[in-house]
Design a protein around this ligand. Structure first.
Ligand SMILES: C[S@@+](CC[C@H](N)C(=O)[O-])C[C@H]1O[C@@H](n2cnc3c(N)ncnc32)[C@H](O)[C@@H]1O
Length: 244
């Protein structure tokens, strides 16, 4: 096993064995997936390499959801390097707080049926990035849908018909006033068999306590930790499942 390069090891293995040095190596490997255009263009975009594709993401610097956050890179890398354990092919996947859409694009390239969601003002850029990077490249074209946390969940995502295999979330916990609504949204979308893959950037104590509240409703497993980024990757499932 020691002969394998760190980036080829599954995260679960790394989380048990890795020390600080390994953390930095994997983080460097993740960050190598980004590139910036070498020529000047009229629109600003950033490039990423995942699942054998060059992905171009248009960003806007004026709002949270319009840039790609490191947590999104961590989740993309995890999905790409753990396809055996977390196979996305034909799976029903929803991403909340999708922002620029990088995670949804990677899940789509891996074969999932993806619904990428965010606030209404983000959806134009999200749709643009998804279309540009998935047309003719994916088994299932991703959908874009408004999901403001806690708002009209029963109407827009009825429990009877919304059945997701995975809920993906990258950097959705920070200093915003919707943490209660966010928890409600996780709870509403999650069925007995749904797996939540959630990447959390730890910043302020107040927001960090969200993890404790989350654990009252969900069984939480830390899959990987990146101390140099203050980021953790969690897997969660509903508590008290019949077949747990
Ligand atoms: C820090 S950004 C992360 C974006 C993306 N997941 C990433 O990691 O690059 C947080 C995202 O949550 C979204 N968001 C914030 N408050 C929200 C709310 N009340 N309902 C739905 N989405 C929200 C923002 O629009 C933004 O896209």
């Amino acid at each position: 096993v020691l002969l394998l390069k760190p980036q080829t090891l599954p995260f679960s293995f790394l989380s048990e064995k890795r020390k600080d040095d390994d953390d930095k190596k994997v983080v460097a490997e993740i960050m190598k997936r980004c590139f910036v255009p070498t020529f000047i263009t009229t629109t600003s975009w950033e490039g990423f390499h995942f699942v054998g594709h060059e992905i171009r993401i248009t960003e806007a610097k004026d709002c949270y959801g319009a840039v790609v956050w490191p947590s999104a890179l961590v989740l993309c890398y995890f999905l790409e390097t753990n396809v055996k354990q977390y196979n996305m092919v034909d799976k029903n996947v929803i991403e909340i707080g999708a922002g620029t859409g990088l995670v949804s694009i990677v899940a789509s390239l891996l074969g999932a049926h993806v619904t990428a969601t965010d606030l209404p003002e983000l959806l134009g850029n999200l749709q643009y990035n998804l279309s540009r990077n998935t047309k003719m490249k994916c088994k299932h074209l991703p959908q874009v849908k408004e999901l403001s946390w806690g708002v009209a969940l029963d109407k827009n995502f009825p429990r009877s018909s919304s059945c997701f295999d995975y809920i993906l979330a990258a950097d959705v916990v920070y200093a915003h006033p919707f943490l209660d609504e966010l928890l409600l949204t996780f709870e509403h979308l999650c069925r007995e068999t749904t797996v939540i893959l959630w990447v959390m950037k730890f910043r302020l104590e107040k927001e960090n306590r969200f993890v404790d509240r989350f654990q009252e409703l969900f069984d939480l497993e830390e899959i990987s930790s990146f101390p140099s980024l203050n980021i953790k990757l969690f897997k969660a499932m509903k508590k008290n499942r019949r077949n747990a």
